[in-house]
Design a binder for this molecule. Structure first.
Ligand code: AMP
Length: 320
């Protein structure tokens, strides 16, 4: 039996299904989670299906998260989408269900769950949800609203079809989703829109970043800067790709200081592999898009040196 069929059979079997995704969600986390929930709801109207986690204001246009009591987990099937490792799962009650399924497209560093379905070649977890639908041939239909959410996830995680993980298969799935009745252009615009404070911060980033001679770029967004621009950590996502637009930059990092003084490291690359570096600083992720953490600023110079060395030793072509 294929893993997709096995997942479908578990979905058929359980009356209550609770779907989780990662903390600090992005459109793919929301899209894969809530898109899957909408598909199950419409195909199995008798089941109780919940999507849980913190509600993020900026993603409310995709879907709303639900609050549920602990006892709902008793005898429930729990599915976690788009989340590589257990510490990153939003709402730790995921472990309280009867059966656990992981569906993800990140490197499988933490193969948790009774079923663990990971395809690190998929552009997005939303693409995998459509792979699941297609694999069980006609047994699952996709309501228009689910197609809208999955499209948002797919477009979000591919940087609007720009990143390496965008394959001919990704485009076929995008096309399949666009056959549904929703306004794709509106979603593209929403994903591309930035709030005014973010636009002002973007100007600050371009003015104040550093680019090493080897092509590593960085900027530290200290608390004072975040406060001056009235930016919350969750709003920094549109800032992250900016440094990569510069021709000379091969890999780059944005260090966002948190209220407690610690730093969230966001690391990206056009070619040099940066996820091993992320792992050195309590993080991980994709070869060209990772995140990590520092309790304070002490190791920032060492970290930047390492990023610079990665840029220096890269001999491949970067997509510039
Ligand atoms: P971010 O910069 O937070 O958008 O993260 C980019 C990617 O890095 C995410 O899609 C995750 O795959 C991964 N990532 C971020 N933070 C962590 C972490 N603390 N541990 C493992 N992977 C992470």
């Amino acid at each position: 039996m294929s893993i997709e069929t096995n997942i479908f059979e578990q979905v058929e079997k359980y009356e209550t299904i609770i779907i989780h995704r990662h903390q600090r969600p992005d459109p793919d986390a929301y899209g894969s989670q809530c898109g899957l929930a909408a598909i199950i709801r419409s195909n199995f109207p008798g089941k109780k299906v919940y999507q849980v986690g913190e509600n993020v204001h900026g993603l409310a246009w995709i879907a709303e998260q639900e609050k549920i009591e602990d006892d709902v987990y008793k005898d429930a099937l729990v599915i976690v989408t788009d989340t590589a490792n257990q510490p990153r799962i939003d709402d730790k009650r995921y472990a309280k269900g009867k059966f656990l399924i992981k569906i993800d497209h990140h490197p499988n560093e933490d193969p948790y769950g009774d079923i663990c379905w990971v395809n690190s070649h998929a552009s997005s977890c939303s693409e995998m949800i459509m792979d699941l639908v297609n694999a069980v041939g006609g047994q699952l239909s996709v309501p228009d609203d689910a197609a809208r959410m999955l499209y948002a996830g797919l477009v979000g995680d591919t940087g609007r079809f720009m990143y390496d993980a965008t394959t001919p298969h990704t485009m076929r799935i995008a096309s399949q989703l666009m056959e549904h009745n929703f306004a794709a252009a509106v979603i593209n615009q929403k994903l591309d829109s930035i709030a005014l404070p973010v636009a002002r911060l973007a100007a600050y980033v371009y003015e104040n970043m550093t680019i090493t001679k080897n092509g590593a770029a960085y900027i530290v967004l200290a608390r004072e800067v975040m406060e001056k621009f009235e930016i919350k950590d969750a709003s920094t996502a549109p800032i992250v790709p900016l440094l990569g637009k510069i021709v000379e930059v091969k890999c780059w990092t944005i260090l966002v200081q948190q209220k407690d003084g610690s730093f969230r490291l966001r690391i990206r690359s056009k070619g040099p592999v940066i996820n091993e570096l992320a792992k050195e600083y309590a993080g991980g992720g994709h070869p060209l898009a990772s995140g990590a953490f520092m309790p304070d600023g002490e190791k920032i110079p060492e970290y930047i040196k390492k990023l610079d060395a990665i840029a220096a030793s890269y001999t491949g072509e970067s997509n510039d």
